[in-house]
Design a binder for this molecule. Sequence first.
Ligand SMILES: Cc1cc2nc3c(=O)[nH]c(=O)nc-3n(C[C@H](O)[C@H](O)[C@H](O)COP(=O)(O)OP(=O)(O)OC[C@H]3O[C@@H](n4cnc5c(N)ncnc54)[C@H](O)[C@@H]3O)c2cc1C
Length: 299
Amino acid sequence: MTSRLLAPFDLLTPQSVSEGVQMLAQYQSQVAILNGGTALWNHHRKLKHQPPYILTLSALKELDYIDYIPGEGLRIGAKAKICDLIENPVVAARFPALYEAAYWFGNPQIRFMATAMGNILRASPSADCSCAILALGGQVVLQSQSGQRIVDIDDFWLSYDVTARRCDELATEIRIPETGSTTCSSFQRLTRVRQDLAKINVAVRLEMSQGVCRQARIAMGCVGPTTKRLTGVEQLLVGNPVTDELLQQLATAVKSEITPIDDQRSTAAYRTQVSGVILRRVIERALSANMNCDSRERS
Ligand SMILES: Cc1cc2nc3c(=O)[nH]c(=O)nc-3n(C[C@H](O)[C@H](O)[C@H](O)COP(=O)(O)OP(=O)(O)OC[C@H]3O[C@@H](n4cnc5c(N)ncnc54)[C@H](O)[C@@H]3O)c2cc1C
């Protein structure tokens, strides 16, 4: 198979996950995995040494699901599309950060093809669903011939474009832990135009009780080589009521946790300047619009 943009490659079309992992075991680093294809081709054609095999997931219908298991959480199959996340009522109701990331993602055509798994595996710091999933606290399930391996999302991105996935592993599922009546979450991003990749994005998951933040996970993208947790900011938040004064303190603190760069979408100076503003907004939105955590806790 040839293309004007790409070096010739052979297309592998496994009919099951077990056949897929068998092919990965056989071809190892010689094969690239094709899911929705909205990131792969663009990235692939820039590589000096393009893998001679492309393994498409197109026939693996078994990975096309979004399941909610009460008490456990959300299970997103590797082939579930961004548009499926938007249409799923449980995602909107219980995982608003992920719903909002999917809602603001690309354009209708891209949302129809792109997957949340591809977003994570692309390992780009601007990835929107990745940002939401890091805040929500997820896991990635990896399948190889030697069995299943589950990697925490906190340990998944090793550096820009590098993940913990081994070349003989197929990523099959994203798991997001259950949210409770005291959980609230939200996602926000800034872009040049509506359909662009983010200049900066941020997501939070908060556990609130009687106006006090009991647990916090905060993720920010486009401020380092990978999407990152803002653990210093999280520590300032936990154990305290979310007052105006605290939000101001967080907005200042975030600047010392990030290392943004200049690129085609923004500058390091701008990203640093707005990091506190967008952080404050996402926390306020999580607390108010999303869930009304305290009132749900009372009811
Ligand atoms: C016009 C346009 C707009 C975009 N807008 C946005 C946006 O708003 N926000 C955003 O975050 N991104 C955006 N993107 C980037 C892209 O759409 C996302 O990263 C998307 O989620 C990738 O998913 P995919 O299924 O298309 O992955 P693919 O392109 O198929 O694959 C991406 C990477 O993941 C690997 N991979 C995929 N699935 C698996 C698997 N199951 N196991 C192992 N490896 C796997 C592939 O090998 C590849 O390295 C945009 C892209 C375009 C072209």
